[in-house]
Design a binder for this molecule. Structure first.
Ligand code: HEM
Length: 257
């Protein structure tokens, strides 16, 4: 069915041909059969909710991370300089950073990890409920308990991050195996275990690609009269942790000499 040629897909006015050839009837029958393999009736509302999940879950978190990364880089010009030098050297005369280039950018990746450590986009991950009674770290947790994991606090825990945990220091990840993929519990911006963010690779690519292109193509300055050290880190409370006040910067196109 998937590979069949439907006139209606290409020439809507000739859609009646699909009815005459029986394709439309076969399509309806297929849908009905597939629907029965679900334990419930899949409605348009379910599909809308699913698309909403993907759209909100995907765009909001990635956008928040790019803005926090830019904020930290503006407040740390040495780190901004290092990240720009790395990406500009790696792509040479090309005018766009692509996914392959990203693999040669360890410092940029460290910047993203460090941002996610300090400002995980979903600071309490997604609320969950325990299905059965269990014991964790000496605490008895009954079934049906609401569980919130404070990824924000874990990322700043001085026992896990011994070297100035409050400081933005991407270098802490250079030569370190700690990653955001759910295996290192001190850094879990995407969660961990079976309910870890299913789009972790897409989320990381969104952030790394946007950030790499922003800092590669432009030099960034504060608007006249503003100082980067005064940039605030105020947070807009919500499921996703956004910067409360808009980050206003002046971009100048970078021209390679
Ligand atoms: C920087 C980007 C992203 C971050 C930081 C992020 C973070 C998270 C976190 C913390 C969770 C909850 C994990 C848990 O409860 O343990 C989650 C779940 C989820 N994320 Fe992401 N996410 C990102 C990008 C995306 C994208 C791009 C999509 C979709 C295209 C997406 C779709 C989802 C969905 C559908 C779930 C629910 C999974 C479930 O309940 O089983 N996320 N994400």
């Amino acid at each position: 069915m998937f590979t069949s040629f439907f006139f209606s897909d290409h020439f809507p006015v000739l859609g009646f041909v699909d009815k005459v050839t029986g394709l439309t009837g076969r399509l309806d029958k297929n849908f009905k059969e597939k629907d029965q393999s679900f334990k419930f009736q899949l409605t348009l509302d379910h599909i809308k909710a699913l698309l909403m999940n993907i759209f909100v879950g995907g765009s909001d978190t990635s956008a928040a991370t790019v803005i926090w990364s830019m904020t930290y880089l503006m407040k740390n010009p040495v780190a901004m300089g290092k990240a720009q030098k790395e990406v500009r050297l790696a792509i040479g005369k090309k005018d766009f950073v692509n996914e392959q280039d990203i693999q040669q950018l360890p410092y940029l990746k460290a910047v993203v990890k460090e941002t996610m450590r300090l400002q995980p986009p979903a600071p309490l991950l997604v609320p969950r409920e325990s299905t059965q009674k269990c014991s964790l770290g000496g605490y008895e947790i009954p079934a049906k308990t609401a569980v919130h994991i404070n990824a924000w606090a874990i990322g700043r825990d001085p026992e896990a991050w011994r070297e100035n945990p409050e400081e933005f220091k991407p270098e802490r990840f250079i030569g370190s195996s700690i990653d955001v993929k759910g295996a290192d519990f001190e850094l879990i911006p995407f969660g961990a275990g079976r309910r870890i963010c299913p789009a972790i690779h897409m989320g990381l690519a969104n952030v790394e690609l946007s950030l790499a292109n922003l800092i590669c193509a432009f030099d960034w300055e504060m608007p006249a009269g503003a100082r980067s050290q005064d940039l605030d880190m105020d947070v807009q409370p919500g499921l996703a942790m956004h910067k409360r006040n808009a980050l206003c910067l002046v971009a100048t196109k970078y021209v390679q000499r």
